[in-house]
Design a protein around this ligand. Structure first.
Ligand code: RIB
Ligand code: CA
Length: 323
């Protein structure tokens, strides 16, 4: 079994990612850690446990982490995810209690307890992961790779140039990207690429399986809020969002990446939170003057096999094991 941990701000598309991750027979989702982002921390914890309840995965530890970024105030994305962070579907709230330990302690515990190196999948502002790497840097020895949904090698969404997760906590993004842990940036360049057609999510919404029904309703919400977004192909289609990053973990062959220097813009102003990706291959005045490229070289996702990942997602929901 391969070992995975998700860090989430559930979040409509985080919920899709959780459903996909739990439904992978070759992967063990060791824990899910929560951070403020799409909604406040308490909401993220409740939403995460509600999704795991729908999956019958009440045994997966859930832990609360940072309630705000390292420097900035928390700023939610209710306009995309609804007031409750779960499309305001009025789902019955989970009655579970999260772990009493802080997310950073649970991350440390689960990474060290894993029999093989863990793939860490941040799908949210990276505050918890930055705190982990600064508090317990030795965990890097048992982290296979960090595959994070965040950043953009092109345009932003939270701002014209910055993606929400890196914009929400730029310092945390910088700490993680510059940590030296092998990393893949699953940014906006691929985030919107994999979509589910209206006929498919409508079918899911009538499934016998609670998790498939939930996925169908969440996809319908995403199709509504993102309607008209220039990055979404097809009328009525809904993007997989964070679930695409989980696809990239379980089936990396479907992702095209390039090893490129990435620097997070930390300065106050219009570019704050931007991931500056240096696509240039030749030397430049700047590199000559400063003895090399700025930023840290990580694997940046630039294209994705949409059909492959759409099939991966839908097959996980249609599996005969789940009705
Ligand atoms: O920019 C999109 C990202 O921000 C997604 O992870 C979404 O869930 C929000 O966290
Ligand atoms: Ca998210």
């Amino acid at each position: 079994m391969q070992q995975m941990i998700l860090d989430v701000d559930t979040g409509v598309d985080d919920a899709l990612a959780l459903i996909l991750a739990v439904r992978q027979p070759e992967w063990n989702l060791r824990a899910v850690t929560c951070v403020a982002g799409n909604t406040d921390l308490a909401g993220v914890v409740t939403n995460t446990m509600t999704v795991l309840d729908a999956l019958g995965a009440q045994d997966i530890p859930v832990a609360a982490g940072a309630s705000r970024p390292l420097l900035e105030d928390a700023r939610n994305a209710a306009h995309v995810h609804g007031t409750d962070g779960m499309a305001d579907l009025s789902l019955p709230k989970s009655r579970r209690r999260p772990e009493t330990a802080h997310a950073v302690e649970v991350l440390r515990r689960e990474i060290f307890a894993s029999p093989t190196p863990v793939t860490l999948v941040p799908l949210a502002p990276m505050t918890n992961i930055a705190l982990l790497l600064r508090t317990y840097p030795e965990v890097a020895a048992n982290i296979e790779r960090i595959v994070f949904m965040g950043g953009s090698a092109s345009v932003g969404n939270a701002t014209p140039v910055a993606e929400f997760n890196t914009w929400h906590d730029p310092e945390a993004a910088h700490i993680v990207i510059s940590s030296g842990v092998p990393a893949t940036m699953f940014g906006l360049d691929v985030f919107y690429a994999t979509t589910v057609e209206e006929r498919d999510y409508r079918k899911l919404a009538t499934s016998e399986d609670p998790a498939s029904r939930l996925a169908g309703h969440l996809l319908g919400h995403l199709a509504k809020v993102n309607a008209g977004d220039f990055r979404l192909q097809g009328i009525g289609a809904a993007g997989l969002g964070d679930a695409g990053a989980v696809c990239a973990v379980i089936d990396p062959e479907g992702l095209s990446t390039r090893a490129l220097p990435v620097e997070v813009s930390l300065a106050a102003g219009p570019a704050r939170g931007q991931t500056i990706v240096d696509h240039r291959t030749k030397s430049s005045e700047q590199r000559l003057a400063h003895g090399g490229a700025r930023g840290t070289t990580i694997d940046v996702a630039l294209a994705v096999d949409e059909h492959r990942y759409r099939t991966l997602f839908l097959d996980a929901l249609r599996s005969p094991d789940y009705g």
